[in-house]
Every structure is written in structure tokens, then in C-alpha cells.
Design a protein around this ligand. Structure first.
Ligand code: NA7
Length: 544
């Protein structure tokens, strides 16, 4: 069964000054600091703020960083860039932005992406409603007044009727759980905390732990500058070539003409990317047929894995190093596939060495470097490309307390449970942009949809004086089951990765979980649109 593409919700932002319910809504909120608080000033927070302002709601963005940009603010490591086409990642809500903004590369580098984000906040004058250097530590639901009370790191409090979390899915960084991390005497940092001066690596002996998408981008970018580079690899990853090129002004003009087609393709595709999928839908097969087909593809010598393995062997001169770089633990595409530009050739350089820590495990980090079982690798700089406490990490970092003192950490302790990936039982009036159980394919496309959905609800709440909304147990049960059903049989849910919530560096125990919505994006939108079309009657609503 293939799902027809859903048309995007049109947000009707016309002011309703004569609506007595809207006036009552405003009056009821007057004792609160804000109608809406938005936590996070990344793409989700920026677009949320834009829409809240259009709705005439009193809103504010609270952001831990000292500037806007979220992921693109924090991840300034050399080589950081999109690995989806820049023009499929741009917001589509403003024709003026589409007319004015020029991409210079097919896969935009981080400085250009951050510039684009800053251009958005300047253009729409959003910064006056954004507060930086504000780390929210607690969020408490107050039953008596149907409102949220937030507290920041300095103890300052903020109250609001509705809360929008826009905290990003890859935000809480993790350091490796290797003994001695704090004993190291040289310079060390996580890739998401890169120092402003990129020249610090010049001529230095550098070690890097991790070989995920971030490490691969970093390694390619720094290998030519450093004195020596030691790459500590625990799991080799499959990659695909990025093949980035510049975009000339003429080509940009041509892309601009194509924006409507590009967005239409994104809207209709499974994960919101511009690429057209294999027309043979797995949904036309029975589950048994589907699994058998995937097994066969995975096992045959001509599978993608075997094909890519041969490419690695052809590009890396030393056969032993090449063999270490060929993944043995998982098939192609079952984990997020990093895109590379010359990654394998780096290992042909005399100053670069690959240490396979499955063969020679790291015992500890010591004052001068990394001690593996067989060797002491002395380095001047140690880089942790060890990833994030993904998806739920940003939520766990805040003490969310809902109805009757319920803690979000406990609610999700036995596995994530949501309704539409947008709301959680016992946490009324809280919406998640890019929360778990939402689509994570092309992120800006997913953000745009989620923000539009929430903005539409808030227009409804404003015009009908809805003081509180909460999802039901039945809704959560149904949605969580549906998310699991969509993910059934996907190999990606069987391997360890940030997408399955497996992060062995965490001190607390975390269950393997289905963090994202694995079904088709058009189907996701259709279900959410239907809930809106039923005037949100699937929720428990309380009118003021
Ligand atoms: P990832 O993809 O989670 O990669 C983290 C890497 O760090 C990965 O190679 C891990 O090996 C390695 N790692 C983590 N902990 C350790 C310890 N303790 N010892 C050795 N190696 C370790 O994070 P990224 O930042 O690269 O990418 C995240 C997403 O950001 C990416 O998918 C893009 O969408 C953008 P492991 O594989 O767990 O054996």
C-alpha cells in the first residue's frame, strides 16, 4: 500500500481581533511571562519564533549557546558540512529567502550554513526575541494554572502557557567512557566544541577517537595540516562519495527556478530527500517476502557492501589498512552512511596511521596520550569525535516534571512513548520539534512540517481559548505501536548506533529504542493532518 503525498497545511495567520475567545486567551495568559516559550535557537527554534510572532503570540526563545544556529553553531570542526544537497535543506516558507539566498556549494560548508541561519534571524529581526547564554535546567508543569515554569542555570525563572522544545537531536555530546580521560595533559576537545583558531593543529601530533560521520569529515580536513594523525577506530563505517562541487551564479539561478520541483520531490519522497526511490515498494510485499529479499541482497557477493568494500581496497594502498577500513560488523546502509571526499586516500599519507582498537584495545588515556594494549601513542592534541547522547539526550539534560510530579526521564525509562512524536502523556502543553518518533530524514523539511503543525494548533488554541492540551493513553499506545510497526524488519533498527539509542559511553543505562519514525514521510504527515482536521479532538482539551 503506498500512501499518497499529503499537501502541506496552510497556516492561516490572519489576526482575529474581534474573536472574544482570542481576547480571553490573551487575558488568561497575562499573568504569565509568555504565551509560548521555545527552548533552542537552531533551525527549529528560529522557525517556531517566526510563526509565533505571525500569530501575534508573546513568545521568546531561550538558548544555551551565545548565538543562534544550534547544530550549526556548535559544530564548527574543520570539514563540517551538509551531506544532503544545500538547496533541499533550505527553508521553503519564505519566497523572499528563496529569491535572495545563494548557495555556493552543492553541500554547504558549516560557515556558509551558519551565515544562512544568521541571515534568517537578521532578515526577520528574530534576535530581539531570543535570549542567549541561557541553559534551561528544569521545566515544571503547574497543574493549578495550566502553565509551565522553567528555570535556567542562574536560577532565573520563566512562565508560559505552552512550551516548544526545539533542542535538536544531536546536541548532548558524549566523551568516551575510557579510564583516564581527565588525566590527559595535552589539549583535548570534543568535535562539537572546536576552538575558534583552526590553526592550532598545524604541525602537531594529533589523535582522534571515533570514525563516524563527524570524524570522517574532520580527518579529511585536517590530515594535510597536522604533523601526524593517529585515528583510533572501533567500528569501520561504510561510506559513499560526496562529490561536492561549487555552484556558479548561473547554476544557482537555474536551481532557484527549480525550487518548486525540488520541494515537491522532497514532499513526495519517503524521507523528504530529492532522490527518487526504487519504484518497487517493499510495502507491496508481505513481511516474509520483504525480509527474504533483503537477506538475499545482503548476502549476495554483488551486494552494496561487497561493491563498496572493493572500492575501499582499490583506494587504500596498504592491504592491511584497507582491510581494517572495510566494515565487518554491519551491512551497507544499516547505519547512517557518512559521505566522504578523499577519506580513504588520507590513509595513504605517511603521517597518518589507523589503529584498530578492536585488535589493540585502548586501555586508558594517560597524561601524554592514548595507551593501547600494545603501545603508547603520544599526542599533543586529542580529539573526541565520539558522538552524542542522541535524540533523548537533550530531554534528559533538563529535569522535565509533568502531571503529578511525573519525570520525563522515568516516562521514557522503559522506552520512548509519544503521540505523533509531538507530544507526551503527562506533559500537557508541551510540543517537541524533532522529538523522538518524528521523521528525521531531511531535517529542515521535517522541522518545517512539525512547526507548521504546532503553529496551526496554537492558532486554534488562541481562537478557542484552549488553556491546555494533553494526549491520551490510548493515543500514545496507538502511536508507539505504529512507530514500532513501521520499523519492523528494518536492519537499521538491529545495529548499534545513535539512531537506535545505543551509546555505551553513557553512565546511565539506556534501553535500545526506536528513536525515529521509520514509515514514509507522506504517511506521517497524513496522520498528523488528520488529527488537526478533527480539531485536535484526539487530545484532551480544556477550554478557559
Ligand atoms: P557517531 O556517528 O555516533 O560516531 C561516534 C564515533 O565515536 C563512532 O565511530 C564510535 O564508535 C566512536 N566511539 C564512541 N565512543 C567510543 C569509545 N568509548 N571508544 C572508541 N570509540 C568510540 O557520531 P558523529 O558525531 O560522527 O555523527 C553523528 C551524526 O551527526 C551523524 O550521523 C550525522 O548525521 C551528523 P562505534 O561506532 O560506536 O564503535
Amino acid at each position: 500500500m503506498s500512501t499518497p503525498p499529503a499537501t502541506p497545511i496552510e497556516l492561516d495567520v490572519r489576526p482575529t481581533p474581534d474573536n472574544p475567545e482570542a481576547s480571553k486567551f490573551a487575558a488568561a495568559n497575562s499573568g504569565l511571562d509568555y504565551d509560548v516559550l521555545i527552548v533552542g535557537a537552531g533551525l527549529s527554534g528560529i522557525f517556531s519564533m517566526y510563526r509565533m510572532r505571525e500569530l501575534g503570540l508573546r513568545a521568546r526563545v531561550l538558548e544555551a549557546g551565545s548565538g543562534e544556529g544550534g547544530t550549526w553553531f556548535w559544530n564548527r570542526y574543520p570539514g563540517a558540512r551538509f551531506d544532503s544537497e544545500s538547496y533541499s535543506y533550505i527553508f521553503s516558507f519564505s519566497q523572499e529567502v528563496l529569491d535572495e539566498w545563494n548557495w555556493t556549494e552543492h553541500f554547504s560548508p558549516q560557515p556558509e550554513t551558519l551565515k544562512y541561519i544568521q541571515y534568517l534571524t537578521d532578515k526577520f529581526d528574530l534576535k530581539k526575541d531570543m535570549q542567549f547564554d541561557t541553559r534551561i535546567q528544569t521545566a515544571k508543569w503547574r497543574e493549578d494554572s495550566s502553565s509551565w515554569l522553567l528555570t535556567d542555570h542562574s536560577g532565573r525563572t520563566y512562565t508560559c502557557r505552552y512550551l516548544v522544545t526545539a533542542m535538536g537531536i544531536l546536541n548532548e555530546l558524549t566523551l568516551p567512557n575510557i579510564p583516564g580521560v581527565h588525566d590527559y595533559q595535552g589539549q583535548a576537545w570534543h568535535t562539537a566544541r572546536w576552538p575558534a583558531d583552526h590553526s592550532v593543529l598545524k604541525g602537531k601530533r594529533v589523535g582522534i577517537i571515533g570514525t563516524g560521520a563527524t570524524a570522517i569529515q574532520t580527518i579529511q580536513a585536517i590530515a594535510g595540516d597536522v604533523g601526524s594523525l593517529t585515528v583510533f577506530q572501533r567500528t569501520a563505517n561504510w561510506t559513499a562519495p560526496l562529490r561536492n562541487t561549487k555552484i556558479s551564479p548561473e547554476e544557482m539561478a537555474e536551481i532557484r527556478q527549480r525550487y518548486p520541483t525540488i520541494f515537491k520531490q522532497c514532499l513526495e519522497s519517503y524521507s523528504c530527500f530529492v532522490h527518487v526511490a526504487d519504484p518497487n515498494s517493499v510495502f507491496d510485499m508481505t513481511e516474509e517476502e520483504r525480509l527474504a529479499r533483503w537477506e538475499k541482497l545482503y548476502e549476495t557477493p554483488a551486494s552494496a557492501s561487497a561493491f563498496y568494500a572493493e572500492k575501499i581496497r582499490a583506494r587504500v594502498k596498504d592491504p592491511k589498512t584497507a582491510e581494517k577500513l572495510v566494515p565487518k560488523t554491519h551491512g551497507f546502509g544499516t547505519r547512517r552512511v557518512p559521505l566522504e571526499s578523499g577519506y580513504y586516500e588520507v590513509f595513504n599519507q605517511d603521517n597518518v596511521r589507523l589503529v584498530d582498537i578492536r585488535e589493540d584495545p585502548i586501555e586508558s588515556i594517560v597524561a601524554t596520550g592514548v595507551k593501547t594494549r600494545d603501545e603508547l601513542h603520544e599526542v599533543d592534541i586529542l580529539i573526541y569525535a565520539t558522538g552524542f547522547d542522541a535524540v533523548t539526550g537533550s530531554f534528559n539534560a533538563v529535569d522535565f516534571e509533568g502531571v503529578g510530579g511525573a519525570k520525563l526521564r522515568d516516562t521514557w525509562g522503559e522506552g520512548i512513548r509519544t503521540y505523533l512524536g509531538l507530544t507526551v502523556k503527562d506533559f500537557p502543553n508541551m510540543f517537541m520539534i524533532m522529538g523522538p518518533h518524528q521523521m528525521f530524514g531531511n531535517i529542515p523539511r521535517s522541522i518545517e512540517y512539525a512547526v507548521e503543525w504546532v503553529a496551526n494548533y496554537l492558532r486554534f488554541a488562541r481562537d478557542n481559548n484552549i488553556q491546555s492540551l494533553e494526549c491520551t493513553d490510548a493515543g500514545v499506545e496507538m502511536w508507539t505501536e505504529h512507530v514500532h510497526e513501521c520499523g519492523k524488519g528494518l536492519l537499521a533498527n538491529d545495529v548499534d548506533s545513535w539512531m537506535t539509542g545505543v551509546n555505551k559511553n553513557l553512565a546511565h543505562k539506556q534501553k535500545r529504542s526506536m528513536t525515529r519514525y521509520n514509515g514514509p514521510a507522506p504517511g506521517y504527515r497524513k496522520r498528523c493532518d488528520e488529527v488537526a482536521a478533527r480539531n485536535y479532538s484526539d487530545f484532551t482539551l480544556k477550554q478557559g
